[in-house]
Ligand binder design. Structure first.
Ligand SMILES: [Zn+2]
Length: 511
């Protein structure tokens, strides 16, 4: 789903977080962190939220409610500058707090008072306010900054992709660092206003709706404004800047649709349109299975030929790389990214270790779509997928329930992840299975979840003890034996019609 650099940084950041976090977890700390220590003197907010894989992603001591990101961008130079205003609430008395950010900071103000700043770790901006912050205090944090994001590297890596005609910032789990300061972990969601001034003639696409049409500014420039009113994890905010054909519409249910197609796609353009234009139809179908669509807008972005090589479930508007259209339309990747709107975006991981809750479910949505399209039942896809990985294949050594920081997008998280859900469906039966999915999205709507919570819900609804099933399929190396399950894989199954598109998608999404 993304280019990786995290294996190196995860090891690096353990030290930083480990030393600085002791005794000062800021907010709703994940298990494993100490209880808040009651002290007389205000303490610095933690530099991370204690994620098992990425301990210094996000920060402690405050909770963000809203980001106002106001930028100016020049494609010719890749120069990005602007101001982000963060509305937050302090969750402890703070002498200092961190933001996750990489560009050069000109100034930071906290409630109007100039603050001092320094940097730490791989991506930490340490803000020391002029006045101590008290628990429960409303904070208005104004950060002014500038930089060239494509040249701002961490471990040789940038999450910002410069293209021939602009740029895109679409990445997981780290994307915000290169364009706005944030509390960068799915545990702290917020609403967004995003506006970008670009030379007139350049398009800017982002999340949500356009409160007003693009407006002319001095110097032959145009400002684009986007608004997201549902809670959004920082990595799910995105920008696509360049030459795009934009198609707007309204669904029968009244939701605004914004689809955008890079003009660089050329002969790939029709296949991109034949896939992405089916977004509203697929959302409607998925709503019948997963529960009400959680967001205020819909759409998709077909990125340029020199942009990203994968696709990402950026909230309300997934972004797709060009590779998905090389062999014609591919609605399977669309079904995958749209399923993430429920599984990943509305219900986000509480800890990146739980990535199966995103990728296993979005992959299984493709199997259900195959069934819906008459291109192979989920059982047929299971049989073929299972048989396509020999028992001694390394594939079976990756644990979808705990793949490790460097393998959160391993193919096993997708394919074995989907197999796990199919086994759950066989174990509990269709009635219970299709009750569990919408119950999960309702219970954790706009929040976070863990695998353990999902198992508990599945057990509660089915009345079955599912510990063996989850342990075997998610947490045990080796190919599980399906002879003991309700259905047995045939010896040499033939490929369902959907398999070429599903496997092509997973080859591009995973690595
Ligand atoms: Zn995915």
């Amino acid at each position: 789903m993304r280019r990786m650099f995290t294996a190196a940084t995860a090891a690096l950041t353990l030290t930083t977080a480990g030393t600085m976090l002791a005794g000062t977890p800021g907010q709703a700390a994940p298990s494993g962190w100490g209880r808040p220590v009651v002290t007389a003197a205000p303490q610095p907010g933690a530099p991370g939220l204690g994620d098992s894989y990425f301990p210094d992603y996000g920060n402690g001591g405050y909770d963000v409610g809203h980001y106002d990101v106001r930028l100016r961008y020049d494609p010719a130079s890749d120069q990005l500058s602007g101001t982000t205003t963060i509305l937050a609430t302090a969750t402890q008395d703070l002498s200092a707090f961190n933001l996750d950010f990489l560009l050069d900071v000109e100034s930071v103000r906290v409630n109007g008072w100039a603050a001092s700043t320094s940097t730490a770790g791989t991506h930490e901006l340490v803000v020391t306010p002029a006045r101590t912050v008290t628990r429960g205090q409303q904070l208005t944090i104004v950060v002014r900054y500038a930089g060239i994001p494509s040249e701002t590297l961490v471990g040789g890596y940038t999450g910002w992709t410069r293209t021939d005609d602009g740029a895109m910032v679409v990445n997981e789990p780290e994307a915000a660092w290169w364009w706005f300061p944030s509390n960068d972990h799915p545990l702290d969601k917020a609403t967004f206003d995003i506006s970008v001034s670009v030379p007139t003639g350049v398009e800017v696409i982002s999340n949500g709706v356009q409160p007003r049409p693009p407006a002319a500014e001095a110097g032959n420039r145009t400002r684009w404004i986007w608004r997201t009113t549902s809670p959004t994890a920082p990595y799910l905010a995105f920008l696509a800047i360049g030459q795009y054909d934009i198609v707007t519409d309204t669904t029968p249910g009244g939701q605004p649709v914004v689809n955008a197609y890079s003009t660089s796609l050329g002969a790939l353009g029709p296949a991109a349109r034949a896939s992405i234009e089916r977004t509203a139809e697929i959302i409607d179908w998925e709503s019948g299975i997963f529960g009400p669509y959680p967001f205020e807008a819909q759409g998709g972005v077909a990125g340029p030929v020199d942009g990203i090589g994968f696709a990402l479930e950026t909230q309300t508007r997934p972004v797709y790389g060009p590779g998905f259209w090389r062999r014609g339309a591919n609605t399977y990747v669309v079904a995958h990214e749209l399923a993430h709107q429920w599984f990943g975006d509305s219900v986000s991981v509480a800890d990146w270790r739980n990535i199966w809750l995103n990728e296993g479910f979005a992959s299984y949505a493709e199997w259900l779509w195959s069934e819906e399209q008459g291109e192979g039942t989920a059982q047929e896809v299971f049989d073929f997928a299972y048989a396509s990985y020999p028992a001694d294949d390394e594939f079976w050594q990756v644990l979808p329930g705990d793949p490790g920081a460097a393998r959160i997008f391993d193919g096993a998280v997708y394919d074995r992840g989907a197999m796990t859900l199919h086994q759950l469906r066989l174990a509990v039966g269709d009635d219970a299975f299709f009750e569990i999915l919408p119950a999960w999205t309702a219970e954790h709507r706009y929040g976070n979840g863990t695998i353990e919570q999902f198992q508990a819900l599945a057990e509660q609804i089915s009345g079955l003890d599912l510990d063996d099933l989850f342990t075997t399929w998610l947490f045990t190396a080796g190919r599980p034996d399906v002879a003991t399950t309700a259905r047995k894989a045939t010896a040499a199954p033939t490929a369902p019609k959907s398999w070429a598109k599903i496997s092509e998608s997973h080859d591009l999404l995973s690595h």
